[in-house]
Design a protein around this ligand. Structure first.
Ligand SMILES: Cc1cc2nc3c(=O)[nH]c(=O)nc-3n(C[C@H](O)[C@H](O)[C@H](O)COP(=O)(O)OP(=O)(O)OC[C@H]3O[C@@H](n4cnc5c(N)ncnc54)[C@H](O)[C@@H]3O)c2cc1C
Length: 800
């Protein structure tokens, strides 16, 4: 062991070994892995080693595909067998909705370029897996690249390949303490003290403790998980091929062959947390006592799905723990305020995801950003609210229980809620508000009469008529929207303007004005679709998406400027938006300030009734509109005053479902759909807001380079001949049978009475008038490229 390394990776499970390998592969050989016991001594040794294609997040599905391809590479590089069994695999659907969902998932795979998947009939499923009963199965999705590996061999292969590239692996050496230093980290271990620039927490079941060593409370918890392995089964032994990996979603089980027997894994509906504060230090190659009673229902379903199990002897029970984050995806990336501390934790499926996690994290450390958009596993998708133990218990438990349960796009799940509520929450609930959750905050979706129940569906919801009415109110009179669910950052100080000018790609607004502000990474990809306000009194605001608060704050901190004080005021400052043709009249009734003189994209301080409010004249809906910001304690008062002032002018409360439809008719993009860190300004139309003549800003060189060559694809507007379902995202777009792009978001435009989608489409196939097709919930639908903003294309209404 040396006294200094560039990187110390803590944890020798599959994830730590993969991080080590990828660091070395990127040329950083001065790296080491510290392992408390021996490699694999956490979750990794007792995993079932299966890998399969599905993930609800397409970016994570792509990284899973990367991992699968990598396994044979590390085997070759290291000379250590990973015990690859590429049997192929299938995911089965046992209800009509699930079957439709699987057909959509298949199309999503096509969108992200995973071509070796196809839909199969129950008969094909039975042929591939003769021990399967297809009773109740409606169809399945087959993937060629599914199977299983030998878990210990795989970890050894990652580590062996890393060692061949110069990395060190130090076993029997627990990391005891971590101390931040001016140069990086001091790592106190059983074998002595080492210093390093970066530490990586890949401590798996012990991630919580290794977080706490640096004062970090990670939203992660272990949960127990069962599988059983049978003795040899004659019906399997006599086959001339291995049976494929089978995931029976309605049965809560996965199955693969194990030697001449079977391995049946169970996602327990009655989940069980284990050691929420992290595993004991002396835990390693033990397992928990099996608990067949707790999983009786799932076992029964499994034995019905594979009748041969009913007479098979059980050779081994495994009840082991592995870790989960609240949404089940990994926690990866740097931690704000702890330079050089990186997470690679909560990797629920390390043999499937470990390669992608290692690759992305190593790129981040070495090159400054990962190649792929990994927001779905970025640790900064959570904030302090998610550190709470009960929040973690509820959300990780919900994820585990629902691992194989279908979640509909219009379904709101209960765990960890309600947590944060705006001041007017109770009154809005009494008025019929139906809520969703964003980053722990309750946000209004739509308003419904008492007794209304929204049915979970993949297609148009029965709440659509209610949303349509809200849209009509905004277009014809006025709508009132609780906009607490936006982020607000306040920048002050002598350096604020210069700092904003550097991190935003736009020209900064003058006093009393606001401006759309693209923020770019150094590589010229999007980092934000923000709005900057210059209140004219030395105070600047940056507004964006509420759920990106920690993600943006980390970026701001990493790009801090001198003489600027930045505060996240999102929970202290809240507000309402009023939009629609009557919105000005409503505000005029509440102020004697010159509200009528406020131009489009103007902002200023006004007395609104009793409240001294900051008001911006902006519009996401494409109408005359105002955003009124007040203190959190004034939220109820603001709502009451606005509702009273607008009562006779047709003002009604609306939710974000209406706003999503209204913005689509205007072709206004939103973050995570049209705008992501995988896309560039040219591709998304964000280049319109770039101040090319500014002397410098983050990402300028890369953005200029894109301007020279032009993007190879663009977001364009589509009209879709949809019937009972609208596009939602990641549906493939076809032209004459060739895939030319994918939907970024879609929905129904209630004013125009049409189904629309925004889609990222290759140059050459995205001209206005181009005829295309897409697949919505598995069904082929014609679509065509239309001019942007079918509603009020010249923007007269919002500027009027
Ligand atoms: C029953 C079961 C079946 C599973 N089946 C599958 C499957 O089929 N496919 C799949 O992909 N995944 C499966 N998993 C999940 C898989 O096991 C995990 O995703 C994976 O092992 C996580 O790896 P890791 O490296 O993050 O953590 P771990 O394997 O827990 O490794 C963490 C390592 O860090 C070390 N460590 C911790 N603290 C310190 C310290 N302070 N100093 C030094 N070293 C430290 C530990 O000793 C340990 O070796 C299964 C899990 C279980 C429980």
């Amino acid at each position: 062991m040396k006294s200094h390394y560039r990187v110390v990776v803590i944890g020798g499970g599959v994830v730590g070994a993969s991080v080590l390998y990828h660091l070395a592969k990127l040329g950083w050989a001065d790296v080491c892995l510290m392992e408390r016991s021996v490699l694999t001594a956490g979750s990794s040794w007792h995993a079932a080693g299966g890998f399969h294609a599905l993930n609800a997040d397409p970016n994570i599905a792509s990284l899973q595909a990367y991992t699968i391809d990598l396994l044979s590479e590390i085997e070759k590089e290291s000379g250590q067998s990973v015990g690859m069994h590429m049997t192929g695999g299938m995911t089965l659907a046992g209800t009509p909705d699930r079957w439709e969902w699987l057909q959509s998932a298949y199309r999503t795979f096509q969108s992200i370029g995973i071509e070796d998947v196809r839909l199969i009939t129950p008969e094909e499923a039975q042929e591939k897996c003769p021990v399967l009963s297809t009773h109740g199965i409606l169809g399945g999705m087959w993937a060629d690249r599914e199977g299983y590996v030998d878990t210990t061999g795989t970890v050894q292969a990652y580590a062996g390949a890393a060692k061949k590239r110069g990395a060190e692996v130090i076993e029997h050496n627990r990391v005891l303490e971590l101390h931040q230093t001016a140069e990086g980290w001091k790592v106190v271990t059983e074998k002595g003290v080492v210093t390093c620039e970066h530490v990586v927490n890949a401590a798996g079941l012990w991630a919580k403790q290794v977080g706490r060593m640096a004062g970090i409370e990670l939203p992660v918890s272990p949960l127990n998980h069962h599988y059983l392995i049978t003795e040899a089964i004659p019906e399997i032994a006599e086959l001339d091929h291995e049976v494929p990996l089978v995931v029976d979603l309605e049965g809560f089980t996965y199955m693969r062959q194990d030697q001449k027997g079977m391995l049946l894994g169970i996602y327990e509906v009655d989940h069980q947390h284990w050691m929420m504060d992290g595993a004991p230090w002396n835990y390693g190659f033990q397992l928990q006592q099996e608990d067949p009673d707790r999983i009786e229902r799932e076992l029964t379903l499994g034995f019905e799905r594979y009748p041969v199990l009913q007479k098979a002897g059980i050779k081994t029970w495994v009840n082991g723990a592995f870790t989960f984050s609240p949404d089940g995806n990994p926690l990866v990336g740097p931690v704000r305020g702890k330079p050089g501390y990186w997470c690679a934790c909560a990797v629920m499926a390390g043999f499937l995801q470990g390669g992608g996690v290692g690759k992305s994290l190593a790129e981040w450390i070495v090159e400054g950003e990962p190649e792929a958009d990994i927001f779905g596993m970025d640790i900064a998708r959570y904030g302090a609210f998610a550190e709470n133990k009960e929040y973690i218990r509820q959300t990780t438990g919900q994820f585990y229980t629902r691992r194989f349960v279908m979640t509909y796009p219009n379904e709101q799940l209960p765990a960890g809620r309600p947590l944060k509520m705006s001041g007017a929450h109770s009154e809005m609930t009494a008025a019929g508000c139906r809520w969703g959750a964003s980053w722990g905050l309750e946000v209004p979706l739509y308003f419904a009469p008492e007794g209304f129940a929204e049915k979970p569906t993949l297609k148009r919801s029965n709440a659509i008529p209610l949303v349509a009415e809200e849209c009509r109110a905004v277009r014809e009179a006025a709508g009132l929207l609780d906009i607490t669910g936006f982020s607000r950052f306040e920048a002050t100080g002598p350096g604020a303007e210069a700092w904003l000018d550097r991190i935003m790609a736009c020209k900064l607004p003058g006093p009393g004005r606001a401006r759309l502000a693209p923020m770019l990474s150094e590589s010229g990809r999007l980092k934000g679709d923000l709005t900057v306000f210059n209140w004219g009194d030395g105070t600047w605001w940056i507004m964006g998406s509420y759920y990106l608060r920690a993600w943006h704050m980390r970026w701001f901190t990493d790009h801090a400027g001198d003489g600027v004080e930045l505060r996240d005021i999102s929970d202290a400052t809240v507000g309402f938006g009023v939009s629609g043709p009557e919105s000005r009249r409503i505000l005029e009734r509440l102020t004697d300030g010159p509200i009528a003189d406020l131009p489009f994209m103007g902002c200023g301080t006004f007395d609104i009734g009793l409240i001294r409010a900051r008001v911006g004249r902006l519009s996401v809906a494409g109408e005359l509109g105002y955003e009124i910001h007040c203190a959190a304690a004034e939220h109820i008062a603001l709502r009451r005053m606005l509702l009273a002032a607008g009562a006779d002018l047709g003002l009604r409360e609306v939710g974000f479902n209406a706003l999503l439809s209204l913005r689509l008719e205007k072709s206004f993009g939103i973050w995570s759909r049209e705008f992501t860190q995988a896309y560039t300004p040219g591709e998304t139309g964000m280049d319109r807001w770039i101040a090319w003549d500014k002397s410098d800003f983050v990402g300028k060189a890369a953005a200029l380079a894109e301007r020279e060559t032009g993007p190879s694809r663009r977001v364009v507007m589509l009209e879709v001949d949809a019937t009972d379902a609208d596009a939602s995202g990641y549906e493939p777009i076809w032209r004459d049978g060739r895939r030319v792009g994918f939907v970024t978001s879609g929905g129904y435009g209630h004013t125009m009475g049409k189904s629309y989608a925004l889609a990222m489409i290759d140059e050459g196939a995205n001209a206005i008038g181009t005829g295309l097709t897409t697949h919505i919930v598995g069904q082929e639908r014609p679509a065509r490229v239309i001019a942007p903003s079918p509603y009020d294309p010249e923007g007269r209404r919002m500027r009027g």
